[in-house]
Design a protein around this ligand. Sequence first.
Ligand SMILES: NC(=O)c1ccc[n+]([C@@H]2O[C@H](COP(=O)([O-])OP(=O)(O)OC[C@H]3O[C@@H](n4cnc5c(N)ncnc54)[C@H](OP(=O)(O)O)[C@@H]3O)[C@@H](O)[C@H]2O)c1
Length: 282
Amino acid sequence: MPAPKRSAASDRSATRVAVIGAGKIGGILLEGFLEQKLLRAENLCASVRHPDRARELAARLPVSVGTDNRAAARRADVVLVAVKPQTVREVLEEIRPELGPGKLVISVAASVPLASLEKFVGPRVPVVRAMPNTPCLVRRGMIALARGAHATDAHLETAQTLFATVGRTIVVDEKLMDAVTGLSASGPAFIYVILESLAEGGVKVGLPRDVATLLAAQTALGAASVVLETGAHPALLKDAVTTPAGCTIDGLLELEEGRLRVTLIKAVVKAVKRAGELWLEP
Ligand SMILES: NC(=O)c1ccc[n+]([C@@H]2O[C@H](COP(=O)([O-])OP(=O)(O)OC[C@H]3O[C@@H](n4cnc5c(N)ncnc54)[C@H](OP(=O)(O)O)[C@@H]3O)[C@@H](O)[C@H]2O)c1
């Protein structure tokens, strides 16, 4: 725990967390912390830019929401920054007087490197960079974490515990964060296109759209679960579905002709490249 008096092991719910930038991802995280009862509502607060948005959030969630970032940071042990990358510098420099070695700063901003974050927050402030994805909405997210120079094992554990309320966490070296962004943060969009297309296939052969979408989505969920739970290589699992001279091999042939594999590989590579281009320090 960043503040020595509030030991992570002793009482996690006493940790005070401020979410600065409670938009799409910040809001999802807030709801996750509340739903899993990891933190007490009175120990959570949030800030946004627009007062009407603050009022709307405060009416929906049992936490204090305002537009004063410094006040939010002042009362927190962990400051979770979820503003757009181009706003990160402005926000961190604004709250810098409230930060110090006893507070943990977590940034979920895509592309903003730890070196820049550490420069903006000031000397010796522990920082963790995180990359969540939108399935955090249904607590099935994937969140990669990279630790900054002043973040200890306890800080990393704090971040992992927070994000575990909304999905799986993994710790990676920072140099892999753009790769993570292109795969697991952009990935849901790629998967939605695949699901939409499979469902269209179902519609083409006569299934009602809702049935086709259910079959496609539950099949993807099941296949993904098998990969995660068995640890088996996807190619071996595919082979197990593919009966000689059966129907699956005919479908696979179409996928090969349509260059599905190479297209998906290139989609990830392009998204990763773009993630690396997004950050130009203001
Ligand atoms: N969405 C994703 O799938 C995803 C995944 C991983 C990481 N991220 C990262 O998460 C960050 C936020 O993305 P998002 O999609 O959640 O964006 P978003 O919905 O636009 O949320 C941004 C939030 O920041 C607030 N904000 C803007 N300026 C502020 C300021 N000066 N002080 C305090 N709050 C301020 C906005 O307030 P108002 O509501 O009042 O405008 C809004 O609530 C980005 O850096 C992105 O790279 C997003």
